[in-house]
Design a protein around this ligand. Structure first.
Ligand code: SF4
Length: 256
């Protein structure tokens, strides 16, 4: 487990994720499980989730995954593949399940993940690969070559992160040019709409068809209450509404 002291130093920019860097055939994993995609464009699609450990942000509101990404262990590529095979998830890929690379922040672990995706390809295992990112790091070509879909989730001020850390113009522009990317924003209050329009939609010219709005919520009841007004906002601006199936079905945020 990563210590609180290391987490704090990482958030302050004094340490990078390299302080728990793996060897060339290993990847730090917080959790891996088989479920359905709970959010965004592919909500409802069967998917194996691979949550990498660590994030370069520390959102306040609350980040559902901080307790998860502080945990974790090193897996060799072979070990992870055998785990998936034992659980019969490898067969699910063959039937069309997606692989979802999420975190923490998987874009901070591109090197390890590129190695793992190459390893899977060499085993003859191909799958539709989704990445969920906080949009502060651009993909490298070798990583990008494996990815079919990006869910980019730039953070608003409701995250509690300073704007200079969470809003990276060049990275957002890079993903705008990538037609495999959509943009998902977490909306906490109706007042977030102005910031969303002023800081993201208008300056970057993001097409409404590529925008997904998802309620910030930590319980089923809160999700239901916010969904009602958020759907009206989506209708007014022709944005897509994103469910949170983990909450609405299991009343949990992770691991389902
Ligand atoms: S960017 Fe995502 S994983 Fe990282 S702290 Fe914020 S909500 Fe959590």
């Amino acid at each position: 487990m990563v210590s609180n002291e290391n987490i704090l130093q990482m958030i302050q920019g004094k340490k990078t994720l390299e302080f728990f860097a793996p060897k060339s055939d290993e990847v730090w994993v917080s959790e891996t499980f088989y479920s359905v995609q709970g959010e965004g464009k592919y909500a409802g699609v069967p998917a194996v989730f691979l949550r990498t450990q660590g994030c370069n942000l520390l959102c306040r509101w609350p980040c559902d995954t901080i307790p998860v990404w502080k945990e974790g262990r090193l897996y060799s590529y072979e070990e992870l593949y055998k785990l998936w095979k034992r659980n019969e998830w490898v067969g699910s890929f063959e039937k069309g399940a997606h692989l979802v690379l999420t975190g923490g922040e998987p874009m901070e672990r591109q090197e390890e993940l590129t190695g793992f995706l190459t390893f899977l390809r060499d085993k003859g295992l191909g799958s539709f690969v989704e990445v969920e990112t906080n949009t502060t790091t651009s993909p490298k070509p070798s990583f990008d070559a494996f990815i079919q879909h990006y869910t980019c989730s730039p953070k608003l001020s409701n995250s509690g992160m300073p704007v200079g850390r969470r809003r990276r113009v060049e990275v957002i522009e890079n993903f705008i040019e990538n037609d495999r990317a959509v943009f998902k924003f977490v909306i906490d209050a109706r007042s977030d709409l102005k910031e969303l329009l002023d800081d993201y939609i208008e300056p970057f010219g993001i097409s409404p068809s590529r925008v997904y709005l998802m309620p910030e919520a930590t319980s089923e009841a809160e999700l239901r209450e916010k969904s009602i007004w958020l759907i009206e906002i989506c209708k007014a601006h022709s944005f897509n509404y994103s469910p949170r199936l983990q909450l609405s079905i299991w009343n949990r945020l992770t691991g389902v």
